[in-house]
Design a protein around this ligand. Structure first.
Ligand code: C2E
Ligand code: MG
Ligand code: MG
Ligand code: MG
Length: 280
């Protein structure tokens, strides 16, 4: 605890380091157990065409229910999993949950998965995914791949090669949280990607003031210039939906249509095919 300690003191710093290391260690242990004992599960958040008429699929989001019942959000354990090597079994787990869903989608719908950079720069990634798709007997266009911009900090290499092969399989490749990372525009221009998912902060700001609107317009113009599909994520209000439409977003996703849900619930929405339309 930081209270009652001289700020910046060496002793304080050292004990903070120990606490942090100890906490990280126990979190990693807990996550390891969760991977073995079924403490992880996924939810799916549906995505719609901007006119809300068609459900285009959804995004798989991992969750961790700790033994004490506490629900841990992915932002609190995915980075740790990346640092401790647990990200690989975690990604396998999500694959195991997502693949059977793909066979139950309607044509034209897909479910996307989030991949940390290192997972997308693995050898044999495409072969592994192709084998999984074949086992389900589904075409590659049922699977979407989301990667964050931080994946692009390095130069082109195995990552690009894998993305190109995944596209050849039919998978749609998206840059996630677009606008919050550090990718150079020239890197982006030559990358094998199909869509940009605009981070929620830009959607929110666009509905707030003129500067925010201009910013979102610029992102839309760039996506157009690069010939990419645009997806607005984190749409919470009708005003935000309106902004997303105005800059030509093709698809939308967000709490406006409900929170991420159990896979079975998502699948029954898929059968209905459209959104509970909200006015905009
Ligand atoms: P992301 O891929 O950008 O996912 C979108 C996040 O925004 C999700 O948070 C989702 O629940 C949340 N969200 C969706 N609509 C709204 C909205 O209208 N308003 C607000 N405020 N939030 C909304 P979540 O599930 O906590 O996931 C956080 C991040 O954790 C994800 O960001 C993704 O980067 C990572 N993540 C989630 N699942 C996985 C996974 O299976 N593997 C990996 N490697 N990363 C994952
Ligand atoms: Mg995502
Ligand atoms: Mg995102
Ligand atoms: Mg995110």
């Amino acid at each position: 605890d930081a209270k009652g300690r001289a700020p910046g003191s060496i002793r304080g710093f050292a004990s903070t380091m120990r606490n942090t290391a100890a906490r990280r260690f126990s979190t990693a242990q807990g996550l390891r157990r969760a991977l073995d004992n079924g403490g992880l599960f996924i939810e799916v958040q549906p995505r719609f065409t901007a006119d809300q008429r068609q459900l285009t699929g959804g995004e798989a989001l991992v969750r961790w229910r700790r033994e004490d019942g506490c629900l841990i959000p992915p932002d609190d354990f995915v980075p740790l999993a990346e640092e401790t090597g647990l990200i690989q079994p975690l990604t396998e787990f999500v694959f195991d949950q997502v693949m059977p869903l793909l066979a139950r989608l309607r044509p034209g719908q897909r479910v996307s998965m989030n991949f940390p950079p290192a997972q997308l720069a693995r050898h044999n990634l495409t072969a592994m995914i192709a084998a999984r798709l074949a086992r389900q007997g589904v075409p590659g266009d049922r699977l979407g791949i989301e990667l964050t911009e931080s994946a692009l900090i390095g130069g082109p290499g195995l990552l690009d090669e894998n993305l190109r092969e995944l596209q050849r399989l039919g998978c749609a490749v998206a840059i996630d949280d677009f606008g919050t990372g550090y990718s150079s525009l020239s890197r982006l221009r030559h990358l094998p990607i199909d869509e940009l998912k605009i981070d929620r902060v830009f959607i929110r700001d666009a509905a707030r003031d003129a500067a925010g609107t201009a910013f979102l317009q610029a992102i839309g113009a760039m996506a157009n210039a690069l010939n990419l599909r645009l997806v607005a994520e984190g749409v919470e209000t009708v005003e935000e939906l309106d902004q997303a439409r105005r800059i030509g977003c093709h698809e939308v996703q967000g709490w406006l249509w409900g929170r991420p849900m159990a896979p079975e619930e998502f699948l029954s929405l898929c059968l209905d095919g459209g959104a509970q339309e909200v006015l905009a």
